[in-house]
Write a protein that binds this ligand. Structure first.
Ligand code: ADP
Ligand code: ADP
Ligand code: ZN
Length: 218
């Protein structure tokens, strides 16, 4: 299968979702965020949602099995025919191994793994100010990315916004710990295959996008 297949890696609050949405429009490929999928499942109280809810609230990772079932179903959708950007997945070595099999089965070739690198002390501020449109899901920040018109979503005009239950200082710390202990160890594997590209995620949203695009072009 032809198409573009990218993994966006980075710590919680590092800007993966923000960049993935920009790339989705630019390359006309699907954005697959396991976090968004899990939150949608929790909201609609499906079996997956009920299983994941308590774990997500404490900031731990949900089981590899559950995530794999969810993502493999999602990859069958029509919007994945030209490829996809994986955002927040894989998050463990086991997930990375299972992803490799899944890609091979579907004859998809991984183009690049982009690590958005951001120092830990910046992440707390990013996460504490994060909110999103309750209607279309567009992401915002109290300081760094305010709606153009105060209180109105730039994209859909909604005036309702939400904050994530797990975006508090306590869970941020355990999410960060999990990132360093379980997710970051995947990176050397992709580096050894020559796929890893490291981006400075501490810059502005526009500058990060520009770096990613430069990386995509080579
Ligand atoms: P962030 O945007 O802060 O990186 P996500 O939206 O990606 O967070 O994920 C939110 C929560 O959903 C995680 O803390 C975890 O509990 C769960 N989750 C998301 N993706 C995965 C995954 N690939 N494996 C295990 N748990 C996941
Ligand atoms: P992730 O998906 O990696 O958890 P998000 O994309 O949700 O991260 O970004 C976390 C928060 O930081 C959001 O409120 C977003 O608006 C903001 N943000 C994202 N990228 C940047 C950036 N480069 N500079 C400043 N704020 C950013
Ligand atoms: Zn909106």
């Amino acid at each position: 299968m032809k198409g573009v297949h990218i993994i966006l890696m980075g710590p919680p609050g590092g800007g993966k979702g923000t960049q993935a949405k920009i790339l989705q429009d630019r390359y006309n490929i699907a954005q697959l965020s396991t976090g968004d999928m899990l939150r949608a499942a929790v909201k609609s109280k499906t079996a997956v949602g009920l299983e994941a809810q308590t774990i997500m609230e404490t900031g731990r990772l949900v089981s590899d099995d559950l995530v794999m079932r969810m993502i493999s179903e999602r990859m069958k959708w029509e919007d994945c025919s030209k490829g996809f950007i994986l955002d927040g997945f894989p998050r463990t070595i086991v997930q990375a191994e299972m992803l490799e099999n899944l890609l091979a089965e579907q004859q998809r070739i991984l183009d690049k793994v982009i690590e958005v690198r951001v120092p830990d002390d910046m992440l707390v501020q990013r996460i504490a100010g994060r909110f999103s449109c309750a209607q279309c899901g567009a992401g915002y920040h109290d300081v760094f990315q305010r709606p153009r018109v105060e209180g109105v979503c730039d994209f859909c005009g909604s005036t309702r916004f939400t904050r994530r239950a797990d975006d508090n200082e306590k869970t941020v710390r355990s999410r960060l710990q999990d990132y360093h202990a379980q997710t970051a160890p995947i990176l050397p594997y992709y580096a050894s295959k020559g796929l890893l590209r490291i981006i400075d995620g501490s810059l502005s949203i526009e500058d990060v996008t520009e770096q990613i695009e430069k990386t995509m072009a080579v």
